[in-house]
Structure formats: structure tokens, C-alpha cells
Ligand binder design. Structure first.
Ligand SMILES: [Zn+2]
Length: 268
């Protein structure tokens, strides 16, 4: 099922950790951002597009994590773009035949065997210096940063004020830092939040990769909450954050484990 969030922008939400695909239509052509997780859901999305008389002519993966780089034949053969850094990272991972084996083995039990791994990560690099996605639909700005995963980029559908944030600005996940970065993951995350704040000045709607859609002032509130969380990680203090601890939503208590792991890894 597609949920409209702006003029020609819709969201398709997966039952798996509230993963959001974003669809931007321009006439009969559609841009598809992070298609989804299980085969059944992605096929459902393809059928939803067909029912609307549109089809994906271009796709984009916000970052090279397995749950953002999946595909199904039902979606057709659109180029699947990512930033150069993200596409290079994915290509390097796929050169190791064990990568897919490891992903398959580590899938959560509730989706085991349901995730289409055949076309995982077959991404095309955007040319260096790309500021807008190459397509004829609504103008979509690319905002690349260094947080969470190599080559992560958010997209802004400019005329419609929609920010597709990738794995940032979630109301269910705390910020997940790129702890394998060769830089400083904390500073990189804070810089990315500054960038998203600047981009979000032109947004009325923010769609996180996982979680619920934020509108208006709720976008700034999410940025502030994420910044406070990262500051707490940096300073070695206990974050006062509704996504973890006793205030975590029902069914999401395991996110506290992500926090504890990150705090340990950072040794703070
Ligand atoms: Zn991710």
C-alpha cells in the first residue's frame, strides 16, 4: 500500500523494522528510493506502481547496507544509483563471495528466506559532483555525508519539500554511527546532522529509512534529539532518549542494545 506524503511522493512501508521506500512520480515515470526488504513487499510495491500506471525508471539506494540495496525483477531494469563512495563500498563487499552468505545467515529469523539476495547491491555510481539525480521528474537534490555508512546520502524532493533521510532522523532507532570509519564517527555524525538541518530548512516532510514520517516542527525535534544522543555518546553520559531504556516503545526494547554496543565500542 502506498501512502501519499506530498504532491507526487508516496511511501511504502515494510513490516520489517518499519523500513520505508520512497516513490517520487513524474508523470508515468517513478524514482524509487530504497525499495524495501522482503520479496513479497517489493512485489507489492511493483504492483502498486503498475496499478497507478507508473513504473520505476530510476532508483536510488541511500547507503550500502543490505536492507537498502535490494531489488526484484518485478521492478524492471531501472538504473540503481548510489553515491560513488556507496557504490564502491558495495562493489568491494560483493567481490567477496562470502558477503552474501554472511548476510543470508544473519538475517533476523522473522524474514529468513524471504529476502531477495540475487540482485543485492548492483548499484551504479552517480558521477562525481552530482548535485541532482539524473532524471526528468521532479528535481531531487543529493546530500552526501559521512554518517552511518560510507557514501550515505539523503535526498530532497525540492518542489515538494520532502526529505528522504535514509538511516537518519528515525523515531525508532537511535543514531547508528559508522564505527568502522577511518575518520571520527562522532564528528562525522554531528556534521551530517548539521547538513541535514540545512537541507531540512526546505522540507515540510521527512521520511526516515525506518520509523514514522515527521512533519513540520517534528523534523527539527528529531534533529535535536539525534544531536543530543550523539553528544551524550561523545561525552560518556547517559542519553535521556525516548527510544531506549524504560521509555522505548513496545517491541523496540532491543534498540537499547544498539546503544550499549555503540557506547562500549567508543569506550566512553
Ligand atoms: Zn543502514
Amino acid at each position: 500500500m502506498l501512502t501519499q506524503v506530498a504532491d507526487t511522493t508516496h511511501v511504502h512501508t515494510s513490516g520489517f523494522v518499519l523500513s520505508n521506500a520512497v516513490i517520487v512520480e513524474g508523470g508515468a515515470a517513478a524514482l524509487l528510493v530504497d525499495p524495501g526488504v522482503t520479496s513479497g513487499e517489493i512485489d507489492c510495491l511493483a504492483a502498486d506502481l503498475a496499478a497507478r500506471g507508473t513504473a520505476a525508471v530510476v532508483a536510488f539506494s541511500t547507503h550500502p547496507d543490505w536492507d537498502h540495496v535490494l531489488w526484484r525483477p518485478a521492478l524492471g531494469d531501472a538504473p540503481r544509483y548510489a553515491t560513488g563512495r556507496a557504490a564502491d563500498t558495495m562493489a568491494r563487499l560483493l567481490r567477496d563471495p562470502q558477503t552474501i552468505v554472511r548476510i543470508a545467515e544473519h538475517l533476523p529469523p522473522e524474514i529468513h528466506g524471504q529476502v531477495p539476495l540475487e540482485r543485492l547491491g548492483l548499484l551504479t555510481s552517480l558521477p562525481d559532483g552530482t548535485t541532482h539525480l539524473p532524471w526528468d521528474g521532479p528535481r531531487v537534490r543529493v546530500a552526501e555525508h559521512r554518517a552511518h555508512a560510507p557514501g550515505h546520502a539523503a535526498l530532497l524532493v525540492e518542489e515538494q519539500g520532502v526529505l528522504a533521510a535514509g538511516d537518519m532522523l528515525s523515531d525508532v532507532f537511535v543514531p547508528m554511527l559508522d564505527l568502522d570509519s577511518d575518520g571520527d564517527p562522532v564528528e562525522e555524525y554531528l556534521a551530517a546532522l548539521d547538513l541535514l538541518e540545512a537541507v531540512a530548512a526546505d522540507a515540510d516532510v521527512a521520511v526516515p529509512g525506518h520509523g514514522t514520517v515527521a512533519r513540520g516542527p517534528a523534523i527539527g525535534a528529531r534533529i535535536a534529539l539525534d544531536r543530543a544522543y550523539v553528544h551524550a555518546l561523545r561525552d560518556g553520559t547517559d542519553p535521556d532518549d525516548p527510544r531506549i531504556g524504560s521509555s522505548a516503545p513496545e517491541g523496540w526494547q532491543w534498540v537499547t542494545g544498539i546503544h550499549q554496543w555503540q557506547a562500549e565500542r567508543l569506550g566512553r
